[in-house]
Ligand binder design. Structure first.
Ligand SMILES: Nc1nc2c(ncn2[C@@H]2O[C@H](COP(=O)(O)OP(=O)(O)OP(=O)(O)O)[C@@H](O)[C@H]2O)c(=O)[nH]1
Ligand SMILES: [Mg+2]
Length: 393
């Protein structure tokens, strides 16, 4: 049985009784000897404890991400895995947690290492041939080997566009003219009355946001204020917020009162997000009601929740689950850079160059791949990665 340890100040007074766990290196998180103190959560008590520890002159408050940085520097994990720790802490979606976990487990690092080994093999082969005076290069084998590395990079980058969205959640904004039924649709999608619905125009003023996992993909839905040019006061501020969120949206569900139809009033707001589905709502009031999705248009009745499932199926088709993919910008950049140099090698080969003059390009591609794991990265890169962490991680 563990018993709390008494922590004393320099005068021998008990400041706190806390659980203290010693993690001996090299099997600790950082690889160094680490002591972990779990005390009562009162911030005043924590401050007093920090004062006692600081007064020993043996410790200071850690920098942001310093524990993980030390773990990386002592070889406990590579840089991509260290970044995964940050991604895991800041993930706000279930998908994001899975993606960060896979990165932390070394899935990407393993594939990148395999690619690096391939390239190293190709480079060593060419360099070995420098030793013979009349080297003959097998350009077909060279181009095949480089082509295979490019294909593997392509498969890693295949979801480069959608992976960051899946990590953070698909930003989906419900917008449209006042009273079109935006809040009703928002509630129908969520399955509970989250937003106020009222027959008066201008009911929603602020942005109301909720997360929803649909078909394994996280969506961040925003219900917004109805857009009208003549608005003033708080309504005008609400509309400005709608405009801002529309421009950041991966998907816009643009709600139209089907009885009114799409008019020139709607036109300016239709294509502000990356993708738009026009939702013809109140289809139950049409003389001949119709429901379902055709192309980028959906007919629904948010009030009676008719056609909403079909709409959500169409939405999830736009963002298929697919492979986890590379979701951090630094990794995408370095993989793309490596691919560029390799593609240049193949083009040069087509122009009649021999593999020996392409070694430099291959080496640059290899360096880019190795930078993902943290080989020869500059201090500034490390600084920018770890400064995004919280203190204590
Ligand atoms: N018949 C019918 N009425 C609907 C439907 N959807 C919404 N309504 C009604 O339309 C009115 C406006 O609905 P809201 O969901 O508040 O509309 P909104 O677009 O959020 O309105 P603002 O926030 O004011 O811009 C309410 O009286 C709803 O009951 C529908 O599918 N069919
Ligand atoms: Mg509303």
């Amino acid at each position: 049985m563990q018993r709390p340890a008494a922590i004393l100040d320099s005068a021998g007074e008990v400041v706190e009784k806390a659980m203290v766990v010693f993690h001996p290196g090299p099997r600790s998180y950082t690889g160094e000897d680490v002591a972990e103190i779990s005390c009562h959560g009162n911030p005043l008590l924590v401050d007093a404890l920090m004062g006692v520890i600081g007064a020993t002159g043996l410790a200071r408050i850690a920098d942001r991400g310093e524990f993980t940085k030390r773990a990386y520097l002592s070889g406990k994990m590579d840089l991509a895995q260290a970044e995964a720790v940050g991604a895991l802490i800041s993930a706000e979606s279930a998908c994001g947690i899975d993606m960060a976990r896979s990165l932390l487990a070394g899935d990407l690092s393993g594939r990148i290492k395999g690619l690096g080994d391939e390239l190293l093999g190709i480079i060593s082969g060419i360099e070995a041939s420098f030793l013979t005076d009349d080297a003959v290069y097998d350009t077909a084998a060279f181009s095949q080997a480089v082509g295979a590395v490019i294909r593997e990079i392509d498969s890693l980058l295949a979801h480069g566009d959608s992976a960051p969205k899946r990590y953070a959640g698909i930003v989906t904004t419900i917008a449209g003219l006042p009273n079109a039924g935006k809040s009703s649709l928002f509630n129908a999608i969520l399955g509970y009355p989250r937003a106020i619905v009222h027959q008066e125009s201008g009911t929603t003023r602020d942005i109301i946001s909720e997360r929803l996992v649909f078909s394994g993909v996280d969506f961040l839905f925003h219900d917004t204020a109805g857009i009208r040019e003549t608005a003033s006061g708080p309504e005008k501020t609400g509309i400005q917020k709608t405009m801002d969120i529309l421009r950041q949206s991966h998907l816009v569900l643009y709600v139209v009162d089907a009885c009114r139809g799409l008019t020139s009033e709607d036109e300016p707001w239709l294509n502000l997000g990356e993708k738009t589905i026009v939702v013809m709502n109140k289809a139950d009031l049409l003389s001949r009601p119709r429901f379902g999705v055709q192309g980028e248009r959906a007919w629904v009745s948010a009030k009676y929740r008719t056609g909403v499932d079909e709409l959500m199926d169409a939405v999830s088709c736009l963002f298929p689950l697919g492979q986890p993919g590379v979701f951090l910008g630094r990794h995408t950049y370095l993989l793309s850079r490596a691919r560029e140099y390799l593609a240049h090698c193949l083009a040069a080969l087509d122009d009649g160059m021999t593999p020996d003059v392409l070694v430099l390009d291959l080496k640059t591609a290899l360096e880019s791949l190795r930078e993902i794991a943290g080989d020869s990265v500059g201090r500034d890169v490390l600084e920018s990665i770890f400064s995004a962490f919280c203190i204590g991680k």
